[in-house]
Design a protein around this ligand. Structure first.
Ligand SMILES: NC(=O)c1ccc[n+]([C@@H]2O[C@H](COP(=O)([O-])OP(=O)(O)OC[C@H]3O[C@@H](n4cnc5c(N)ncnc54)[C@H](O)[C@@H]3O)[C@@H](O)[C@H]2O)c1
Length: 266
């Protein structure tokens, strides 16, 4: 199926690691021009090389960016526009978590989680909207989590931010649909990297900072109706589909789980 990405430019925040890496490579494989916006540009460059090796016709560039800082995000969006003229899709992919009971968390930890997971998406959405409104629209897909729907153990603040992402995407979709702007959220279940090479030093999977051990992963598998842990490519396929004006041009304001059936919302 042609997804219509030839000569289109897309931005993937955190596009150097795990799910973001798979999203960047899937867009590149579809012939898109890809901007990997990373706090860790060396990991982004590794993925850009992999994207070039696909020889699918697009160009991949890396720009250093901290999504928690609006000035840094605005500069990143301007660089994408200067390089490619028009941006068609933004994926707010950056996220971070460390598993802890709420009673063990501190206000500093809340600030970090809120800043990376929620404020990052606010900054990137704010910075791209004027460009979209001036150019007859574009897509935003924000990475949420099934934690937003399940009230997951040890993910109180993170799950709250991801629930905020779902609501935020719906409001932005409602306010800006008349300008051709589509917004959706994608909720992965646990999605582990294929190899340690696929994650950067700032990834929550580096040294398993997030805190899942093998026993917990086995338990999680048993809780999923499909009895398997997700792969980054599972999520990337959904994100790249939803970002395509050609095939998903009438889908907006939706929250889609890619989690082996862990949450089922009708
Ligand atoms: N992997 C999972 O199990 C899972 C499950 C549910 C939801 N999610 C969500 O999916 C998204 C991707 O998860 P992942 O496992 O690929 O994450 P990851 O930690 O492997 O990758 C995140 C990337 O973002 C970059 N980054 C971190 N802070 C940044 C900042 N301030 N500015 C710019 N870049 C920054 C890191 O360098 C890294 O490359 C996140 O939003 C996460 O919350 C993941």
């Amino acid at each position: 199926m042609d997804l219509g990405y030839k000569d289109k430019a897309v931005i993937v925040t955190g596009g150097g690691s795990n799910i973001g890496r798979a999203i960047s490579l899937t867009f590149a494989g579809e012939g898109a021009n890809v901007v990997i916006a990373e706090i860790d540009p060396s990991q982004g460059e590794k993925v850009a090389k992999e994207a070039d090796a696909l020889k699918a016709g697009g160009k991949t560039i890396v720009t250093q960016c901290d999504v928690t800082d609006l000035d840094s995000v605005s500069a990143m969006i301007q660089k994408a526009i200067d390089e490619f003229g028009r941006v068609s899709a933004l994926v707010n992919n950056v996220g971070w978590d460390q598993l802890m009971l709420f009673t063990e968390t501190t206000p500093d930890f809340w600030d970090k989680i809120i800043s990376i997971n929620y404020k990052g998406a606010l900054n990137c959405t704010k910075a791209i909207l004027t460009h979209y409104i001036d150019n007859n629209g574009g897509s935003i897909v924000s990475m949420s989590s099934d934690a937003s729907r399940m009230g997951e153990f040890r993910e109180a603040v993170y799950g709250g931010c991801k629930a905020a992402i779902n609501s935020f995407m719906k409001t932005i979709a409602r306010e800006n649909g008349k300008f051709g702007v589509r917004c959706n959220a994608v909720c992965p279940g646990v999605t582990i990297p294929g190899s340690s090479e696929d994650v950067g030093e700032q990834s929550m999977w580096a040294d398993r900072q997030i805190g899942f051990d093998d026993d917990q992963l086995e338990k999680i598998k048993r809780a999923y109706p499909l009895r398997k842990i997700g792969k980054p490519q599972d999520v990337a396929n959904t994100v790249v589909f939803l970002s395509s004006e050609l095939v998903a041009g009438h889908i907006t304001g939706q929250v889609v789980s890619v989690s082996g059936g862990y949450s089922m919302v009708g």
